[in-house]
Design a protein around this ligand. Structure first.
Ligand SMILES: [Zn+2]
Length: 257
């Protein structure tokens, strides 16, 4: 079975030099990549890739670090409206959205956009991709007060192992990427999470796994390092990890194979 990268940003400028070269290489080892549009402009590009490459899918949302750009939610809603009329649409989720407290983006505005995107997820019956950094408690609170019909992915999960159990209980999958090769807490989270609730992701171009340098460019060809680490932690074979995580990815994104 082939790898499924549940979260990447191939529209970013880091890939301007060799994007199509990479996309052609990916066909050999990947059966799916979901590109995450983080604003309107980004949404247009990720949609284009999904038209050109069979294994590319996409998601659209307003990233918590984009909220000050005053993107109107009706614009986003219009895209969903138009896109989802098409039966063959490869728009598979809403997001990424959530809360990022690492930098000083206005918290109330982040919350507003997050809750509004939950409403859209429920309206269009799509799963939601959640970005949460140093904000676990507030994310949990919002998700309990605003229940998502189709829970999605806690992308690049970086909270405590304790908290991860709550999200899994609420129906979420945990996105595991490069940080699993570096951080004990993430490794412990993987250890206690059932394999049928784990999906893999690169978050390319950021967060490369070891042995690559922390701030070097990531890409989906590095998924094997993530899978090997998960296999080691869980005492599974590499094949088993690939099979499970790919199956989970199809399931959470509602892609029929
Ligand atoms: Zn991302």
């Amino acid at each position: 079975m082939l790898y499924f990268d549940t979260h990447a940003h191939y529209d970013w400028k880091e890939f301007d030099e060799d994007r199509s070269e990479l996309f052609n290489k990916f066909k050999e080892s990947l059966c799916g990549i979901v590109n995450i549009g983080i604003n309107i402009e980004s949404a247009k590009k990720v949609k284009e890739y999904s038209n050109e490459y069979q294994y590319m899918y996409y998601s659209i949302g307003i990233h918590p670090m984009e909220v000050e750009k005053e993107i109107s939610l009706s614009q986003i809603e219009k895209i969903f409206e138009d896109e989802l009329k098409n039966k063959d649409s490869k728009l598979v989720a809403i997001g990424e959205t959530g809360l990022d407290y690492h930098f000083n983006y206005p918290v109330e505005l982040q919350k507003k956009y997050f809750i509004e995107q939950i409403r859209l997820a429920n309206k269009y019956e799509l799963p939601i991709i959640i970005h949460s950094r140093e904000s676990q408690e507030d994310v949990e609170k919002i998700l309990r007060e605003n229940v998502v019909k189709k829970a999605g992915i806690m992308h690049c999960y970086s909270g405590t192992p304790e908290m991860s159990k709550k999200f899994v209980e609420m129906g979420y999958y945990l996105g595991v990427g490069g940080p699993v090769t570096r951080y004990k807490d993430v490794q412990e989270t993987v250890r206690i999470t059932p394999i049928d609730r784990i999906v893999i992701e690169t978050d390319s171009p950021v967060l490369p796994p070891e042995p690559f340098e922390k701030h070097s460019r990531n890409n989906s060809l590095y998924l094997n390092y993530i899978v090997e680490k998960i296999a080691e932690i869980k005492g599974l074979s590499v094949e088993e990890v690939i099979e499970n995580t790919t199956r989970n990815a199809y399931k959470v994104y509602g892609i029929d194979i």
